[in-house]
Design a protein around this ligand. Structure first.
Ligand code: HEM
Length: 133
C-alpha cells in the first residue's frame, strides 16, 4: 500500500498544522458556497468535516494514520456514494481547493503535486455522469 502521492513525503514538508489550515480554509469556502444543493450535502458540523479531511490528508501524504485509527479504512468511493457527484461537482470541489491552497500559501511544485492528486481523486469519485454545463 502506498502512503505517498509521489516520491516526496508531503506530510514531512508541510506538517500537521498546515494541513489543518488547508482543510479549514477549504471548508470555510465550501460552507460559504451559495449553491443550495451543494451546501445541502455537507453536515451542519463543519468542525467534524474539517477533522475528517485533515486526518485523511495526513495519512495519505505520508504521516501518521490518524484517519484510520479513528474511522477505519477511508473507502472514499463508498463514503461518497450517498452524494451525487457529477463532473461539475468535482470541478466545484477542486475550485474551492485551488483557492484554499492559495489561502494558506501552498505554492509552486508542492501545490502542483497536491492538485494532481486532488484532480485524480475528485474525478475518481464521480458517480453520476451528467454532461458538464
Ligand atoms: C469530487 C467532489 C467531492 C464532493 C462533492 C465531496 C463531498 C463530500 C461530502 C459531502 C463529505 C461529507 C463531509 C463529512 O462528513 O466529513 C465528504 C467527506 C469526505 N471527503 Fe469528499 N467530496 C469530494 C471530493 C473529495 C476528494 C477529492 C477527497 C480527497 C482527496 C475527498 C475526501 C473526503 C474525506 C476523507 C471525507 C471524510 C469521509 C468520512 O469520514 O465520512 N473528497 N466529501
Amino acid at each position: 500500500m502506498s502512503f505517498r502521492i509521489d516520491q516526496q513525503n508531503h506530510f514531512e514538508q508541510l506538517g500537521l498544522e498546515k494541513l489543518i489550515q488547508l482543510s479549514t480554509a477549504f471548508y470555510t469556502r465550501v460552507y460559504a458556497d451559495p449553491d443550495p444543493q451543494w451546501r445541502a450535502m455537507f453536515p451542519d458540523d463543519m468542525d467534524s468535516a474539517i477533522q475528517n479531511q485533515y486526518e485523511f490528508f495526513c495519512q495519505r501524504l505520508g504521516g501518521p494514520q490518524l484517519y484510520s485509527q479513528r474511522k477505519g479504512h477511508p473507502a472514499l468511493r463508498a463514503r461518497h456514494a450517498k452524494f451525487a457527484i457529477t463532473p461539475a461537482r468535482a470541478e466545484q470541489w477542486l475550485g474551492h481547493m485551488r483557492l484554499a491552497l492559495q489561502d494558506v500559501g501552498i505554492e509552486g511544485e508542492q501545490a502542483s503535486a497536491l492538485l494532481e492528486f486532488f484532480e485524480h481523486t475528485a474525478h475518481f469519485l464521480v458517480n453520476v455522469q451528467e454532461a458538464k454545463e
